[in-house]
Design a protein around this ligand. Structure first.
Ligand SMILES: Nc1ncnc2c1ncn2[C@@H]1O[C@H](COP(=O)(O)OP(=O)(O)OP(=O)(O)O)[C@@H](O)[C@H]1O
Ligand SMILES: [Mg+2]
Length: 370
C-alpha cells in the first residue's frame, strides 16, 4: 500500500448525493490519501467555500439538480485556475470528456471506476505542485532580471555623474590653475626681457608648455563628457563627435540631421551619445570601413539614430552572441528608456546600427539635485 502523504488534502466536493461523496472519500482513504472533504451542492455554497479558503483540489459531479459541473469549472478557471479540478461522474461521453479537458479540467473519473480516483488525485496534486514551483522559479528569475536591470541603470548613472564631476573639476580647477601660472609667467617674462634676455627665452618655452598642457586638460575633460552635449544638445554633440572621429581616424564620417534643434533631457541625450561613441569604437575596432554615414530623424514619435559603415559587415553570430557585451550594453541602454537597438549587416552591406527611443522619454526626468 502506498504511504500516506504527510498532510491532509483539503478537497472541495461538488456532489448532490452524500452516498456518492462517501464512496469517493473511501476510495481516497483506501489509496492512502488523508483527506478533509467539504461537500456542497449549490452554486452559492460552492462560491462561498471558494472565497473563504483555497482547497488543494476540487472534485465535481458533472450534472447536478441546481448547478452544473462545467459552469463550476469555468468559475474556477476565472478565480483560481491553479486548483486541480477533477470530474467524478456517473457517465460521461467521450465528446463531453474532451470538452471538459479543453475547458481546463485536470482529469475525469467515472464513478464505476472509483479505484482510479487515488491515482488521478495524486497525479493532479503532483502536477499542481510542480506548476507552482515552476511559477515561483519564473517569478524569481523575473525579479532578479529586474534587479540586474536596475543595478545596471544605477551603475551607468553613477558612472555618468562621476564623469561629469571629474570633467568639470579637471576643466575648471586644473584649467584655471594653469591659466594663472601662464599669467604669472607672462608678467615675469616682461620683467626679464629687460634684465636677462637668456632667461626670458626659457620662460617663453615654459609658457608654450603650459599652453600645450591646457590643451591636454581640455581634451581630457571633453573626452570624459563633451561640453557641447550639455550646452548645445544631442544633435550638435553627435555632429561634433562625428567630425572629431573623422579627424582622429581619417575615416570619412558624414551626418544628416532631419531634426529641429532641441535640448532633450540629460538621460535621453547621454544614452544616444554614449551609444554613438560605442558604435564608432566598434567601427574602428572591427569594421575596416572607409566611410560612415549618420542619420538623425524623428519618426512616429521616436528619435532615430542610424549609423551605417561600409566595412566588412557584422555577422549574425556576433549580433546574437551573449558575449557581445558592447552590443548587449547598447540594447540595454536603449531598453531602459523604452527604446530599441537593432543591428544588421553582412558582407557587401557593411553594418547598420539603428537606435530608436520614444520622445516621451526625452523630457528631463524630474529634479536630480542630490
Ligand atoms: N561595425 C562593425 N563591423 C563589423 N563587425 C562588428 C561591428 N560592430 C561590432 N561588430 C562585431 O560584433 C562583435 C561584438 O561587438 P561588441 O561591441 O559587443 O564587443 P567588442 O567590441 O568585441 O568588445 P567590447 O566589449 O570592448 O565592446 C565584435 O566583436 C565584432 O565582431
Ligand atoms: Mg565594442
Amino acid at each position: 500500500m502506498p504511504s500516506a502523504p504527510p498532510t491532509r488534502i483539503h478537497i472541495l466536493m461538488l456532489e448532490d448525493d452524500p452516498a456518492h461523496a462517501e464512496l469517493a472519500r473511501r476510495a481516497l482513504i483506501d489509496a492512502g490519501i488523508s483527506v478533509l472533504i467539504i461537500r456542497v451542492e449549490t452554486r452559492a455554497d460552492f462560491q462561498r467555500q471558494l472565497s473563504e479558503s483555497t482547497p488543494d483540489l476540487i472534485l465535481s459531479d458533472y450534472s447536478l439538480p441546481t448547478f452544473d459541473g462545467l459552469e463550476a469549472l469555468r468559475l474556477v478557471q476565472v478565480s483560481a485556475p491553479d486548483i486541480p479540478f477533477i470530474f467524478v461522474t456517473g457517465t460521461m461521453g467521450e465528446e463531453v470528456a474532451i470538452e471538459t479537458l479543453k475547458t481546463g479540467a485536470t482529469d475525469y473519473v467515472l464513478k464505476k471506476h472509483l479505484a482510479r480516483l487515488g491515482t488521478s488525485v495524486r497525479r493532479a496534486l503532483r502536477e499542481a505542485s510542480e506548476r507552482r514551483e515552476r511559477h515561483e522559479a519564473e517569478q524569481k528569475l523575473l525579479q532578479s532580471n529586474e534587479q540586474l536591470r536596475a543595478l545596471s541603470a544605477h551603475l551607468q548613472q553613477v558612472r555618468e555623474d562621476e564623469r561629469i564631476r571629474i570633467a568639470r573639476q579637471v576643466h575648471d580647477e586644473l584649467g584655471q590653475a594653469l591659466t594663472g601660472l601662464k599669467l604669472d609667467l607672462s608678467w615675469l617674462v616682461n620683467d626679464l626681457v629687460k634684465t636677462n634676455p637668456a632667461l626670458s627665452q626659457k620662460v617663453q618655452a615654459l609658457t608654450e608648455r603650459i599652453d600645450a598642457t591646457i590643451q591636454t586638460v581640455r581634451q581630457i575633460s571633453t573626452e570624459l563628457r563633451p561640453g557641447v552635449l550639455d550646452n548645445l544638445g544631442l544633435v550638435a554633440a553627435i555632429e561634433w563627435q562625428a567630425h572629431d572621429f573623422q579627424l582622429r581616424t581619417g575615416v570619412r564620417c558624414t551626418t544628416t540631421n532631419m531634426v529641429d534643434e532641441v535640448m532633450w533631457g540629460e538621460d535621453f541625450s547621454t544614452t544616444f551619445f554614449r551609444i554613438f561613441q560605442e558604435t564608432l569604437t566598434n567601427i574602428i575596432r572591427h569594421a575596416e570601413a572607409s566611410a560612415v554615414e549618420v542619420v538623425m530623424a524623428v519618426d512616429a514619435g521616436r528619435f532615430v539614430l542610424i549609423v551605417r559603415d561600409n566595412g566588412k559587415g557584422i555577422t549574425a553570430a556576433a549580433i546574437a552572441s551573449t558575449k557581445s557585451i558592447g552590443l548587449v550594453g547598447i540594447r540595454e541602454r536603449a531598453a531602459l528608456l523604452g527604446g530599441l537597438a537593432v543591428f544588421s549587416g553582412g558582407p557587401g552591406l557593411g553594418t547598420i546600427v539603428t537606435v530608436s527611443i520614444p520622445l516621451s522619454s526625452a523630457e528631463p526626468l524630474g529634479d536630480k539635485t542630490p
